[in-house]
Design a protein around this ligand. Structure first.
Ligand code: SF4
Ligand code: SF4
Length: 357
């Protein structure tokens, strides 16, 4: 693929220019794929054609210089054809089998992590964090970097797990990071209601919109004063009001931190999806390396690795042994703040002990 066909030069929409010829030839006719080695997948078409994808870890935020270096490698080994996966990995699409091992060798020699396939940990899906969203209770990229640095062996295949393990991070309850359906979820939580700047709210905010933004009905207009009040026991610290009204910030150094949830997964052909459940209500923010979060995640991974059966996802393992045994095995103290589920949202969003302590 020529440099002119890169994503930055898209002209008329024509997805075909981004597909290697072998993918185009076999469009919709792919039979199966297999993992040749950690980070290398072979995809086979019904007619016997093959293409390899070589996966490396990648961050969500890059410099253009970093991307340019990756593109140069792609030009050298796979005519520039590469793609980003939903978990921010990069996959080089190699049509020539003879180029797979030289590509892997060059990637490793330059410090790229090849892996993220099979029974291990692939990249962490995460949100914006302190980089640019307005309601985060924690950072995203920084926490993910610290956790993945610690778990690198599970990405590269040096260590394996009973089944794949998906970790996700969302930096507030809005959960842009799909944490509710991941094996281990790192969730930013606020613990204090919004503060109201009564002078600013009069000029910055439309009061009926602010009231309507609250999912628990906790905000009431004070007509005489031209401001609002928050019924604090009803507040679940979601930050929706701040989205509508910059005069109601709720970020707080002591109040903000991280909760850990486990046991979620999306569905496959053999089992039902599961929602993750809270096991640790609060860990304070500890930039730049988040030592407590890193330690807890590693501990959870290791306990799961040594007790789950082959092919058993974390949620399936916990369901088999029971939550009581899970708390025993991990040594994590059970707390009433952990009693929650997402099934009765209308009720639990207002009353859940997890979200309003
Ligand atoms: Fe913003 Fe919340 Fe999404 Fe994080 S999870 S990016 S704070 S809306
Ligand atoms: Fe309502 Fe959420 Fe604002 Fe609390 S933080 S007052 S629950 S909108």
């Amino acid at each position: 693929m020529s440099a002119a066909a890169r994503i930055t030069d898209i002209g008329p929409p024509d997805f075909k220019q981004f597909l290697p010829p072998v993918l185009l030839k076999n469009y919709g006719k792919w039979d199966y794929h297999e993992i040749v080695e950690p980070g290398v997948l072979k995809h086979v078409a019904f007619g016997g054609d093959e293409i390899y994808s070589v996966r490396i870890a990648s961050a969500r935020l890059h410099s253009t210089a970093w991307i340019e270096r990756v593109l140069q490698i792609a030009d050298k080994y796979c005519d520039g054809y590469l793609r980003w996966t939903t978990r921010n990995n990069i996959e080089f699409l190699v049509s020539d089998k003879a180029k797979v091992q030289p590509l892997v060798k060059e990637l490793k020699s330059k410090g790229y992590m090849v892996g993220g396939t099979g029974k291990g940990i692939t990249n962490i899906v995460h949100t914006q964090g302190w980089v640019h969203c307005h309601t985060p209770a924690t950072d995203a990229s920084g926490v993910v970097k610290a956790v993945m640095d610690d778990l690198a062996d599970y990405f590269t295949g040096v260590k394996t797990l009973p089944a794949k393990l998906r970790i996700a991070l969302a930096c507030c309850l809005n959960m842009c990071g799909a944490v509710h359906c991941s094996d281990i979820a790192i969730l930013g939580v606020h613990r204090k209601p919004p503060r109201i700047d009564h002078a600013a709210i009069k000029v910055q905010c439309e009061l009926p919109t602010v009231v309507a933004s609250c999912p628990t009905g906790a905000i009431k207009i004070k007509p005489k004063e031209g401001t609002v009040e928050v019924n604090q026991p009803r507040c679940m610290f979601c930050g929706n009001c701040y989205t509508m009204c910059p005069a109601m910030p709720l970020a707080d150094k002591e109040g903000d931190g991280i909760a850990i949830l486990v046991g979620g997964k999306i569905s496959n052909a053999r089992s039902m999806p599961k929602f993750s459940k809270m096991i640790i209500p609060f860990i304070p923010n500890e930039p730049p390396r988040w030592p407590q979060v890193v330690k807890v995640i590693r501990h959870l991974v290791e306990v799961y690795a040594s007790h789950a059966k082959k092919h058993e996802r974390m949620g399936d393992w916990i369901e088999r042994i029971g939550w009581e045994r899970f708390f025993d095995l991990t040594g994590i103290p059970f707390d009433m703040k952990c009693i929650d589920d997402f099934r009765l949202a209308q009720n639990t969003l207002r009353n859940s002990p997890s979200f309003k302590w």
